[in-house]
Design a protein around this ligand. Structure first.
Ligand code: IDP
Ligand code: MG
Length: 148
């Protein structure tokens, strides 16, 4: 079963949108594997956004991600990476359609509320970056025969 890393970035926490956003992933039928509140430091932010090093928005992005607590989650389910990316919407909140998280709650490009892994390979790397193995919890899901 595919897994993905989701971050509710500091703007989601500061704007009291944590419950609202988690509910969208939960109601979709994804299964929770791990969840915690993290104050990211510079080193973690640099590793997480290493692919963007050198871009004009890189330093600002690191300041944003370290500016307050982030909620880190791992979700599991069929096509979890794509399912989560679709729930999130486009990077730019202004261009993201209504019904998506970024489309419903934001207008900024940088402060776009959520991060979601963009491939199963990156998901594995990102999950290992944010969570220790023992923080990933495997359990039997009561809806297994219904939700797929
Ligand atoms: P994604 O989060 O939709 O995958 P990426 O292109 O991977 O988008 O960018 C990572 C994060 O960097 C975005 O979520 C956003 O917070 C920020 N970002 C991306 N492009 C810009 C930009 O042009 N200006 C400012 N911030 C940006
Ligand atoms: Mg990305």
């Amino acid at each position: 079963m595919q897994r993905t890393l989701i971050l509710l970035k500091p703007d989601a926490v500061q704007r009291h949108l944590v419950g609202e956003i988690i509910a969208r992933f939960e109601r979709k039928g994804l299964r929770l594997v791990a969840l915690k509140l993290v104050q990211a430091g510079r080193a973690l932010a640099e590793q997480h956004y290493a692919v963007h090093k050198g871009k004009p928005f890189y330093e600002s992005l690191l300041s944003f991600l370290t500016s307050g607590p982030t909620v880190a989650l791992v979700w599991e389910g069929r096509e979890a990476v794509a399912v989560c990316r679709n729930l999130m919407g486009l990077t730019d909140g202004a261009k993201s359609p209504p019904g998506t998280i970024r489309g419903d709650f934001g207008i900024s490009v940088q402060n776009n509320l959520v991060h979601g892994s963009d491939s199963p390979e990156n998901a594995a790397l990102e999950i290992a970056l944010w969570f220790k193995n023992e923080e990933l919890v495997t359990f039997a899901h009561a809806d297994a025969t219904w939700a797929g």
